[in-house]
Design a protein around this ligand. Structure first.
Ligand SMILES: O=c1ccn([C@@H]2O[C@H](COP(=O)(O)OP(=O)(O)O[C@H]3OC[C@@H](O)[C@H](O)[C@H]3O)[C@@H](O)[C@H]2O)c(=O)[nH]1
Ligand SMILES: [Mg+2]
Length: 617
């Protein structure tokens, strides 16, 4: 219905005379949006508007943005403002969002790398992988890291320089292939890969994919879903904030990774996946170089236990910036197992019979497992739930108040939501579980800049570019140790003010070995690798047999070449040089690590012909 200004809303518009005098330039739809704003206490947005004829294009631009904000939020701006007022009032009162619930330590599935159960779970996971879709949430700016590029373009490790996105794609492709090999009907299916982006990351993510031919994935296999930002709020009345640089624009900020559910729901992909027979949706975050060490076994757990929701977790250090998986039991008997975010765990515990708050137990860890925000959801029940909720996730607000009167904010705030809050609306019959794995195997995110990382309490993980890379070498070294290789123990070194274990710099492509039983088939005899060594395997059929490595070795081969890597290899190798993070003459992705390699000498072998070879060939 075309809308005009009739007698019933002259009152409304007379509350904003500057807007009223401009109604002539607005379309009926825009007038409708203006009404929504005025009805919801937003007349301040027009106070500075000059008379009609001045800056009219800016005014129309303003309404373009309002239309976007209104259509991209379930229930529109009116609903956003209403929720904001309620949450801001609760926050001002200091209301505990977990009121009525008491926390306790939940019990979950524990996996130990390399034992029989782990190996069985990995094999089961590989069978299931062909029924999975992967969803990467990568809309965040990474403010804590402060890196200027997109985080998925950062090298996971600098021995090969492979970036996170490439590693993720190659891991999914390796799983896809391994899964087809064991599929009973032998049919082929491409595992869908979804990336949630935002205005901050979208074009750079797309450019990276296109410039690298999607790292070998079919472009049709990859879908980008862009999340929109939400309006910022200036005060407890949820008055929308104007952009400090443009008075005809609302300031916006990210709404959080919880948007992924409504985006997936509205994309129509879930129905396609169900029709195609898929069973699992796996969510993961932008910078965890160890993640795919944990995927096959935990997918196996989901399948075996028939979990609707399976969250991956690692032992958590008190006050570490990762959420705690908690059992919350309500006075009325309801209970749920859910992530309590790291900034809320301490106050929740203090308010409910744990006077010391978030502290380590006698094990040296928090009794609450740490959420690594890798979720495995069963597709059927997920779709059913989203049909009820439309993908809306419980929101929260986290204003930073100027003072104890809690009336003014230090800077504008906004509503946020988190993807791991998805189980909050599930019925009590839902099978919600979690799987705990070793930190060295499963979790090493890159979130903190060097300065903040160096200030992390002693013994807590740094979550920096330095620790993220060192964790890849540690995990690979330990996996080879378990497979029978004598890998020399690490030395401690300090980079960018952080003391880390430096293991031999061992890397391989996912297709070389995705699960432990595969890796073991690639290793035989008695092999040893010294601490100062570097070993990069980029070929598939590379077999390590009676190798003694003290230096640097790079082996690349085509799939049809079978290469035996053995004998004694000794050279000057690659040394590590300290780099200061403040030294802007060094590229940012290197200096945030605090070291770079000096490639003094290496044995580099490439096998480009089919056949059987050994290193001497
Ligand atoms: O609006 C957003 C915000 C974030 N994200 C993505 O969500 C992921 C996580 O973002 P952050 O790194 O800021 O998350 P945080 O470190 O604050 O906490 C997150 O990871 C650690 C877990 O223990 C926490 O429970 C979880 O919330 C990233 O991949 C980021 O790109 C979005 O896609 N959109
Ligand atoms: Mg964050």
């Amino acid at each position: 219905m075309a809308s005009t200004v009739d007698s019933s809303n002259t009152d409304l518009f007379s509350s904003a005379p500057a807007l009223q005098s401009n109604l002539g330039i607005l379309s009926p739809d825009q007038i409708e949006l203006a009404k929504i704003l005025l009805e919801n206490g937003q007349s301040h947005l027009f106070l500075h508007w000059p008379e009609q004829g001045v800056c009219d294009n800016d005014k129309l631009g303003f309404f373009d943005q309002i239309a976007r904000l209104n259509s991209s939020y379930p229930g529109g701006l009116a609903s956003y403002i209403k929720t904001a007022k309620e949450l801001l009032a609760d926050s001002k009162l200091g209301k505990n969002p977990y009121d009525g619930f008491s926390p306790s330590v939940p019990s979950g599935e524990n996996l130990t790398f390399g034992n029989d159960n782990f190996i069985d779970m990995e094999k089961r996971g590989v069978v299931e992988a062909r029924n999975a879709a992967f969803v990467l949430v990568a809309g965040g700016l990474g403010e804590r890291l402060g890196y200027n590029g997109i985080k998925v373009a950062l090298p996971r490790e600098t021995t090969t320089g492979t970036c996170f996105l490439q590693h993720y794609i190659e891991s999914i492709l390796a799983l896809q292939e391994a899964s087809h090999k064991v599929a009973s009907d032998g049919s082929q299916r491409d595992i869908p890969f979804i990336i949630m982006t935002s205005d901050d990351t979208h074009s750079r993510t797309l450019e990276l994919l296109e410039s690298k031919s999607y790292f070998g994935m079919k472009p049709t296999q990859v879908h980008l879903l862009k999340q929109e930002k939400v309006a910022c709020l200036d005060d407890n009345d949820a008055r929308l904030a104007l952009d400090p640089h443009n008075k005809y624009m609302i300031q916006t900020k990210p709404h959080g990774h919880g948007d992924v559910h409504s985006l997936l729901y509205s994309s129509g992909l879930l129905d396609q996946w169900l029709d195609a027979g898929l069973k699992w949706v796996l969510f993961f975050q932008d910078t965890n170089g160890l993640l795919f060490n944990a995927i096959p076994a935990s997918l196996g757990v989901s399948a075996t236990k028939q979990y609707h929701v399976n969250s991956l977790a690692v032992p958590r250090k008190a006050k570490e910036a990762i959420g705690g998986i908690t059992k919350l039991t309500h006075a009325d008997g309801r209970s749920m197992v859910i992530n309590v975010e790291y900034n809320q765990l301490d106050p929740l515990l203090r308010a409910s019979g744990f006077p010391d708050g978030d502290v380590n137990s006698e094990t040296g860890y928090s009794p609450f497992p740490g959420n690594i925000n890798q979720l495995i959801l069963e597709l059927g029940s997920y779709k059913e739930e989203l049909q009820k909720t439309g993908g809306a996730i419980k929101e929260f607000v986290n204003p930073k108040y100027k003072d104890s009167t809690k009336t003014a904010f230090k800077s504008s705030t906004r509503l946020e939501c988190m993807m791991q809050d998805y189980p909050k609306t599930l019925p009590p019959t839902a099978r919600v579980g979690f799987t705990v794995m070793d930190i060295w195997l499963a979790y090493a995110p890159v979130k903190n800049n060097p300065e903040d990382a160096a200030k992390v309490p002693k013994g807590n993980p740094y979550h920096s570019a330095t620790s993220g890379e060192m964790a890849v070498y540690r995990a690979n070294s330990r996996i080879l140790q378990k497979a029978g290789v004598k890998v020399e123990e690490p030395v401690k070194e300090v980079f960018n003010g952080q003391e880390v274990e430096v293991w031999p710099r061992i890397t391989w492509k996912p297709k070389w070995g995705m699960i432990f039983s595969d890796i073991k088939t690639k290793i035989s005899g008695n092999s040893e690798i010294s601490q100062r060594s570097t070993m990069a395997i980029t070929g598939r059929n590379v077999f390590i047999e009676d190798l003694s490595l003290d230096g640097a070795l790079i082996v690349d081969s085509i799939d049809d070449a079978e290469v035996k890597v053995g004998g004694s290899i000794k050279n000057s190798g690659w040394t590590m040089e300290n780099v200061d993070y403040k030294d802007t003459s060094v590229p940012e992705e290197i200096r945030i690590r605090g070291f770079r390699f000096n490639k003094v000498e290496q044995l580099e072998k490439k096998f480009t012909q089919p056949g059987k070879f050994s290193l001497e060939d």
